[in-house]
Write a protein that binds this ligand. Structure first.
Ligand SMILES: Nc1ncnc2c1ncn2[C@@H]1O[C@H](COP(=O)(O)OP(=O)(O)OP(=O)(O)O)[C@@H](O)[C@H]1O
Length: 291
């Protein structure tokens, strides 16, 4: 069920990597491919190094690790909002070299424009994605995705008139409405109460299954990862070991063996749930620093 990320790193390191900005064979890599990625704010102390992983089209991958291990940094590199100190990230055969409407991003803060209504916020994104679309097409797209997150009655409200959960739903609708090739979620439910969080997790899972969306998501919540993810990446933090600094990195890749048609309420009753949960918790408690 689980495999050592460092072993995968060795395998990946033996494959040829094209020069920056160059196209690569779409057949040789996963849909999203990260190769030997590293980030250092201080040259002698990289936050992480040699991170290798791939995500297949339609796959849902969660990344878990303690605060500061570099999860958001990796997501920002995938979003094209940050650059790595070393390594490469490719999507659909091309190196990621900046932000693109091919990738939808949802952060914990909803980042809606407060002076615009739900409809206008999402229409803004849709018009950026398809500048040639006429008003009726834009409206239809907006209404479809607002309905998908159950917010049709609030479509003409402004963010200040919405609850935290509703605002987060708008962020999700906006990300889906541009039909990105990849959805990047940075703890999108972190600020929500447990009940709202559960409901939106269910909604997200339904939409992702229906649209076969490819997703990379950061979470601190082990159950959330087990519910949503096909695979879970476990990241370790950098640490001093025997007087020498070791950067953090991808410690392990865990395949989720549970039935894909799972729901939040039956999760705890599924065969393999406790073994999986214990394995991840054990990693977080005792193995999540570089060694
Ligand atoms: N602009 C920056 N300058 C210097 N250090 C930074 C900068 N941005 C991030 N860091 C450091 O890089 C490390 C990784 O940050 P990052 O936000 O990616 O971690 P994370 O795993 O997402 O943490 P959390 O779970 O708390 O969000 C942290 O130690 C952070 O302090």
């Amino acid at each position: 069920m689980w495999s050592d990320g460092r072993q995968q790193g060795v395998a990946a390191a033996t494959r040829a990597t094209p020069a920056k900005g160059q196209a690569m064979s779409a057949h040789s890599r996963a849909f999203l491919q990260v190769e030997r990625l590293a980030k250092a704010y201080q040259a002698d102390k990289p936050v992480f190094a040699n991170v290798d992983f791939g995500i297949d089209r339609g796959e849902f991958v969660c990344i878990i690790g303690h605060s500061g291990c570099g999860k958001t940094t990796i997501l920002n590199v995938l979003a094209g909002l940050d650059t790595a100190s070393a390594g490469h990230a490719f999507m659909d055969g091309r190196e990621i070299a900046g932000p693109s409407l091919e990738r939808g991003v949802v952060f914990q803060g909803h980042a809606l424009m407060p002076w615009l209504t739900v409809r206008q916020n999402i229409a803004f994104a849709v018009k950026s994605r398809w500048p040639d679309w006429k008003k009726p097409e834009v409206e239809a797209q907006v209404e479809k995705y607002v309905a998908m997150v159950g917010l049709s009655p609030a479509i003409d409200k402004k963010p200040s008139q919405l609850s935290g959960g509703m605002k987060q739903r708008v962020g999700i609708a906006r990300a889906f409405a541009i039909q990105p090739k990849m959805l990047l979620l940075d703890e999108p439910f972190g600020a929500l109460d447990a009940l709202t969080r559960g409901t939106i997790q269910d909604e997200l899972m339904g939409i992702v299954r229906e649209t076969q969306q490819t997703v990379f998501m950061i979470t601190h919540d082990v159950d959330e990862a087990i519910l949503l993810a096909d695979r879970i990446l476990l990241m370790s933090n950098g640490a001093e070991v025997d007087g020498a600094y070791r950067p953090g990195g991808l410690a392990e890749v865990v395949d989720n063996p549970l039935l894909r048609e799972r729901t939040r309420t039956q999760l705890h009753h599924l065969d393999g749930y406790y073994a999986l949960r214990n394995h991840i918790v054990d990693f977080l408690v005792s193995r999540a620093t570089a060694h």
